[in-house]
Design a protein around this ligand. Structure first.
Ligand code: MG
Length: 343
């Protein structure tokens, strides 16, 4: 009996650890876009320490791509009418071989600073954080549409601002109940997949994904973060998504899971130098935090952080931030801000 047990425990160990390494290891890129001016997409990497010996490109649009000896992926010809291309990459490493699919996006993303806060809802009649609020933000040509993600009791992801909807605490309600809820504009409460799939039909407006802190536990916030990153990977949505959160540990976790993800911190209690040291892409602070610490604008620039500011609905504050050349301005009044920036 004892020897059988030893055989069962010892023999598969090598196989199990191999399988574990394969499961944990994944392919990712340092960039997911190209343009007529920028044919280099980025470096292909695998998580963990395994060295890539060889990469092959497959999938529908494989013929449009090439890979260099040092694993840099680039596009060989650009058709400006095409929004995105589909490929699979197979990386042979010392730990084995793995394959993943990607959407590589023609970078026609708009750069006009305007981030529609919870989509463009206030002047359009759409419910905030609805797919139609996203569609309005896209139609009016915003640089980004911001939205908030919560996790249900049974770990499904939904888009909503508050912790509760129609008296139901999202974290304590199951997905089936939440999916049946109607927003004021008649739409169902969107799942993350509903919302992202709508956003991925275009390549002009970015999706600014806020991961909400958990009112229950830090573990739940981290679990939500893993779910979000899994969903972005499954949808092949990397090119469209930038991340924000008030939860500092959530931000660090995003960067651990996706080292090239663009992450900005919302709470306003870290200096730009602190954020830069932790490899953030930017800060995304309430305007009062920058009014209180005006030197942070230069400090952010010196540290190569982007500056985003919320939630700027007041014209005088908009004018100040335009003058300061903030990279992004998050607002419930995207129409007004767009008009100001066109002047
Ligand atoms: Mg938000």
């Amino acid at each position: 009996m004892k020897s059988i047990l030893i055989a069962i425990t010892l023999l598969p160990m090598a196989l199990l650890s191999d399988a574990f390494a394969q499961q944990k290891s994944k392919i990712y890129l340092s960039g997911y876009t190209y343009s007529t001016k920028q044919k280099t997409i980025g470096e292909v990497k695998v998580s963990g320490n395994s060295k890539i010996n060889n990469i092959t490109i497959g999938g529908a649009d494989a013929a449009s791509f090439k890979i260099s000896k040092n694993n840099i992926l680039s596009v060989s010809k650009v058709n400006s009418d095409v929004q995105s291309l589909e490929i699979t990459l197979t990386a042979k490493t010392s730990a084995g071989s793995q394959t993943a699919g990607f959407k590589i996006v023609n970078d026609q993303f708009i750069h006009n600073k305007v981030i529609a806060h919870r989509g463009a809802w206030k002047n359009t009649g759409a419910s905030e954080n609805s797919v139609s609020a996203l569609q309005h933000a896209i139609d009016m040509g915003c640089e980004g549409a911001e939205f908030d993600v919560h996790m249900s009791a049974d770990s499904a992801l939904f888009i909503h601002h508050d912790d509760a909807i129609q008296g139901k605490d999202i974290e304590k309600t199951d997905a089936q109940t939440l999916a049946a809820l109607k927003l004021a504009n008649g739409e169902n409460l969107p799942t993350l997949a509903d919302y992202m799939q709508a956003g991925m039909k275009q390549n002009k407006t970015k999706l600014i994904l806020e991961i909400k802190p958990s009112a229950i536990s830090k573990e739940r916030a981290i679990a939500l973060t893993h779910k979000v990153m899994d969903a972005v990977r499954t949808l092949k949505a990397e090119a469209w998504v930038d991340y924000i959160s008030f939860d500092y540990e959530v931000c660090l976790e995003i960067m651990k899971l996706a080292p090239y993800a663009k992450v900005a911190y919302l709470k306003g209690d870290k200096t730009p130098a602190e954020l830069a040291a932790a490899h953030f892409y930017g800060l995304d602070y309430h305007y009062s935090a920058l009014q209180k610490n005006p030197a942070w604008i230069k400090e952010a620039r010196d540290n190569k952080l982007t500056i985003n500011v919320w939630t700027v609905n007041d014209e005088a504050v908009m004018d100040w931030l335009i003058k300061e050349n903030a990279d992004f301005i998050t607002t419930n009044e995207p129409e007004l801000l767009l008009k100001k920036l066109k002047k």
